[in-house]
Design a protein around this ligand. Structure first.
Ligand SMILES: [Zn+2]
Length: 188
């Protein structure tokens, strides 16, 4: 039972037995989204002790760096951009974010210290939509621009099917070597 004076928050238990809470913070599509308890900080003191806070960590951070600022540090949104590129490829990320190819190139090559707040919002909104849809494209489809050419998209089934980028921690040479090996081993 919710304690008196404590507004009941919207929570649910998933089929997997984990708990989620509805977050209406700024990094979700309008209206909010279900977010796992593990993505929340919990109140340590006060009458809400032991309960997840109003918004998830990402949203709290967003307020932290976005509130009253027109610009957002590029480093704070980098993970989101890289995840989009990993999932969608460069061209599709450009398209979804409504940015130019040059913008993305400059951003990813560290030529930008800050992005506009509305850009940050676009990045997060897009990422959360893509995550919710579980959207991820096969490496080969990204390379060949399958969707644009009207070809069928390949479905990624193995970790090597996912799009890797040059910003991965693993060295590019090592990656190419591994890919060559894989190609030789499993000719398509
Ligand atoms: Zn949130």
């Amino acid at each position: 039972m919710p304690r008196k004076g404590v507004r009941a928050s919207k929570v649910r238990r998933t089929d997997e037995g984990t708990w989620q809470k509805w977050c209406k913070g700024p990094t979700h599509p309008p209206g909010g989204a279900w977010v796992d308890f593990s993505e929340y900080l919990f109140a340590k003191t006060g009458r809400l002790k032991g309960r997840p806070r109003a918004q998830c960590k990402d949203c709290e951070n967003f307020h932290h760096f976005g509130y009253r600022n027109r610009m957002v540090k590029a480093e704070r949104v980098r993970f989101a951009v890289e995840e989009l590129v990993r999932r969608l490829g460069v061209a599709e990320t450009n398209r979804r974010l409504g940015r130019s190819q040059q913008w993305l190139w400059q951003f990813r090559n560290g030529r930008m210290d800050h992005v506009q707040k509305r850009t940050a919002v676009a990045i997060f909104t897009t990422l959360w939509a893509v995550r919710q849809a579980g959207e991820v494209r096969h490496r080969d489809s990204i390379f060949h621009g399958a969707a644009m050419r009207g070809h069928e998209e390949r479905v990624p089934r193995h970790k090597n099917d996912f799009y890797k980028t040059y910003l991965d921690s693993e060295g590019e040479g090592k990656r190419q070597q591994r890919e060559r090996r894989l190609r030789e081993r499993a000719p398509r």
